[in-house]
Design a binder for this molecule. Structure first.
Ligand SMILES: [Zn+2]
Length: 188
């Protein structure tokens, strides 16, 4: 059973990887020409600590241009749905990421600047994963005004009402005591 599922996982992985490898021999034979590439591709599991790409899927609308120098310029837009947890109330949040890309594919890519073109094929996986990861929200909120599960504990400071309402009636003689209590964690 285990061997079979591993085999099919490998087959799936190979198929998914292949869809992100685009042959460009015909394009490179006509420098200056462009080719459109529209597809929904499986990008595998892609997640940060707070957010993941839903369904491992990404829509791409790309233009591939053969440069006279033998490289391929790729530009266009990536779209991918994401899901995560609101950083204040921990309720599920989702959204759609739209990322504009413009990248150069060449035979001897420069790490962090250009991407790999080898065997007359451009390898899109790394570009797509990096573009999506860099643009996923770091700390998503379910709404701008989310006050968390307990608004008293997770109060959102608002201009003009800054935490004065619950201190103004207190006897000023207790202020020092308040500070002491506030500064000592109750867990100790
Ligand atoms: Zn929330």
């Amino acid at each position: 059973m285990k061997a079979m599922s591993q085999t099919s996982d490998k087959a799936n992985a190979a198929r998914n990887a292949k869809s992100l490898e685009v042959p460009v021999a015909a394009l490179l034979a006509k420098p200056g020409e462009c080719r459109q590439l529209s597809d929904t591709v499986n990008i595998g599991k892609l997640a940060t600590s707070t957010v993941s790409i839903t369904g491992q899927s990404c829509d791409m609308e790309l233009t591939l241009e053969a440069l006279t120098s033998g490289e391929v310029m790729v530009w266009g837009e990536l779209k991918a749905p994401w899901q995560g947890e609101c950083r204040r109330c921990l309720q599920p949040v989702d959204g759609e990421l739209e990322v504009k890309v413009k990248e150069l594919f060449e035979r001897n890519p420069t790490e962090g600047e250009t991407y790999l073109l080898s065997d007359d094929t451009i390898h899109l996986a790394q570009m797509i994963c990096e573009a999506l990861l860099l643009n996923l929200p770091l700390a998503p909120l379910c709404s701008v005004g989310c006050q968390g599960p307990d608004p008293k504990s997770f109060a959102v400071r608002q201009a003009g009402v800054a935490s004065s309402d619950h201190t103004k009636d207190k006897d000023p003689r207790w202020a020092a005591l308040d500070e002491l209590v506030f500064d000592s964690p109750t867990s100790e």
